[in-house]
Design a protein around this ligand. Structure first.
Ligand code: NDP
Length: 331
């Protein structure tokens, strides 16, 4: 698979360029908005072509697929251009700034016959795959509740648009709640019905929220509590799923790396759950490439991206209005 990278970003530099080069892939292009910076970025990552013009990248007919990791407000126009040019698109979360725009991306990809994937990395983690398998096998019985702990400290090099630019998609809800929505949907196999929420600026956010707590109701009757933040240096992350027959307690697993511990607690005692420690992003690319070649689907499809964004949008609306908000999926 020959890739064009759209967005001279940190996530591409730290995780995705390496992952795209797996499975025999090559990265042929990188596109950014600053000519000098993107040329330096291309040189640093040994990418042969670079520029500020997406059309030039898309005019290279040898490029099979595009990975988009620009700031959030650029995802829609860049993805639409790539889809119109007949390229498969792996796009970062949130897919777009609104649910309607994300749904339009899904429709456009379907009409053009190209694959659209959303880079929700957590469902590619061995830890989360093991948790999901336990839930699906009935080991904890009927799920009663889920608690997601995803309050972290945003490192200084990421404290740009995320903490001060709503027009670029800043704020913890667009950044992290959207991942937690995807992860809970992955584990439970159902989509939240409605949500309540309160958000706060607790020391980092400048005009956008840096912390949020929300409660979601699920069609099965299960309740979900989610806590996301940019300001918690020592809280650690985790997810707990509590069922009628047992609980799954996972610590340190809401992360980009294949780390953390999972414990299954039932009447029979406490058991450590083993899992595969593969690279999350490599797994995401592997699934996407297979889908582009006609086998299966991306780990998180475009529809998953729309639905996870819809939950995050409902959490934002609930926090802004102080009301209980029904999730509008738009597809
Ligand atoms: P960055 O801030 O690193 O990059 C986003 C854009 O900002 C770049 O495309 C670039 O614009 C510009 N930029 C970056 N660094 C500089 C700089 N030093 N000087 C000037 N401009 C700069 O964002 P992230 O990599 O953290 O996030 C990008 C996207 O990826 C977001 O949509 C985010 O939500 C998503 N993401 C997903 C993760 C996941 O695990 N799935 C993890 C982290 C982020 P341009 O390209 O136009 O030049």
């Amino acid at each position: 698979m020959k890739w064009g990278v759209v967005g001279a970003s940190t996530i591409a530099a730290e995780h995705m360029i390496g992952a795209l080069r797996g499975e025999g892939g090559t990265v042929a292009w990188v596109m950014g908005s600053d000519a000098r910076r993107v040329a330096d970025y291309a040189s640093m990552h040994a990418i042969p072509n670079s520029g500020t013009d997406l059309d030039a990248l898309l005019a290279d007919t040898s490029v099979d697929a595009v990975y988009i990791s620009s700031t959030n407000e650029k995802h829609l126009p860049q993805a639409m251009a790539a889809i119109a040019a007949g390229r498969h698109v792996l796009c970062e979360k949130p897919l777009a700034m609104t649910v309607a725009d994300a749904a339009a991306m899904v429709s456009a990809a379907a009409a053009k016959g190209v694959v659209l994937g959303t880079n929700h990395h957590l469902r590619n983690a061995g830890s989360h795959m093991a948790i999901r398998a336990l839930v699906r096998s009935g080991r904890i019985g009927r799920v009663l509740s889920v608690r997601v702990h995803h309050a972290v400290f945003l490192p200084p090099h990421l404290q740009g648009w995320r903490i001060n630019d709503a027009s670029a998609g800043g704020g913890v809800i667009a950044d992290i709640t959207v991942h937690d929505a995807d992860t809970v949907r992955f584990h439970l196999g159902e989509d939240p019905v409605d949500v309540v929420a309160m958000a706060a600026a607790s020391g980092m956010g400048e005009g956008v929220e840096d912390s949020v707590m929300s409660v979601w109701s699920m069609p099965s009757g299960a309740q979900v509590f989610a806590h996301e933040s940019f300001t918690h240096a020592h809280a650690g992350t985790g997810i707990e799923l509590h069922g009628t027959e047992g609980s799954i307690i996972a610590r340190g697993v809401m992360t980009q790396r294949p780390v953390g511990e999972i414990e299954l607690v039932t009447a029979a005692g406490r058991h450590t759950v083993p899992y595969s420690a593969h690279n999350l992003y490599a797994q995401a690319v592997k699934r996407f490439v297979s889908a582009a070649y006609g086998e299966g689907e991306p780990a998180a499809t475009g529809v998953d991206g729309v639905k996870s964004l819809a939950v995050a949008a409902a959490v934002k609306q609930a926090a802004d209005t102080g009301r209980r908000v029904a999730v509008g999926y738009g597809i």
